[in-house]
Ligand binder design. Structure first.
Ligand code: FMN
Length: 178
């Protein structure tokens, strides 16, 4: 199974990247021949989207590369960082460029959506937006989960969720992809 996981963040210390990686490991332990690809959105260099720039440069190669990564995946694990109640600008920019090449950005790939933040809200706002709009973009979201108070619930030294009940919820989440 080709598992593509990424955080919708470009932070080098992204807590959503840690969470996406953890969930990908949980899934990998439960499938035959897992191939985990952990994408870093910093690898996609794109100008700020505008229709004017699009007229100048046409389709952006790195957005095509992002779509190609999704095309090669059997399943997707995305963990959304929340900035001011919504997507990070970097993710939204990549998403906008990609949607101009293929509006079905997620190409009907089975997916789970996660989100986390340091606070009690657990990035629920952005997660709700991502889930609510999924159908418009070819996202086959099997389940979603927000993890609140990241630093209280996740052990960065081991890369594991430290709360048993949350760890169980992540297992149930990844099992929807089996
Ligand atoms: C500009 C900005 C806006 C933020 N807005 C929110 C927010 O609306 N809700 C929230 O829970 N956290 C918010 N945060 C805190 C982020 O959840 C926190 O920085 C988190 O580490 C981002 O995820 P990441 O580490 O995966 O990038 C914000 C952070 C920044 C820098």
């Amino acid at each position: 199974m080709n598992i593509l996981a990424f955080a919708a963040s470009t932070s080098s210390t992204s807590i959503n990247k840690a969470l996406a990686s953890y969930a990908a490991q949980q899934l990998a332990q439960r499938v035959a021949e897992p191939q985990v690809t952990l994408l870093d959105l910093n690898q996609f260099n794109l100008p700020l989207f505008s229709e004017d720039v699009e007229k100048e440069i046409g389709q952006a190669q790195d957005a095509a590369n992002f779509l190609q990564q999704i095309a090669q995946a059997d399943v997707l694990i995305i963990s959304f960082a929340e900035h001011n109640g919504s997507y990070t600008a970097a993710y939204k920019n990549l998403f906008d460029w990609a949607s101009r090449i293929n509006p079905q950005v997620f190409q009907n790939t089975p997916a789970i959506y996660l989100a986390t933040s340091p606070g009690p809200g657990g990035a629920q706002n952005v997660l709700a937006q991502a889930v609510a709009s999924a159908g418009y973009f070819g996202a086959d979201v099997k389940a979603s989960l927000s993890i609140p108070n990241f630093y209280d619930n996740f052990d960065l030294a081991t890369g594991q969720l430290s709360q048993a009940d949350l760890a169980e919820q992540v297992v149930k989440l990844v099992e929807t992809l089996l």
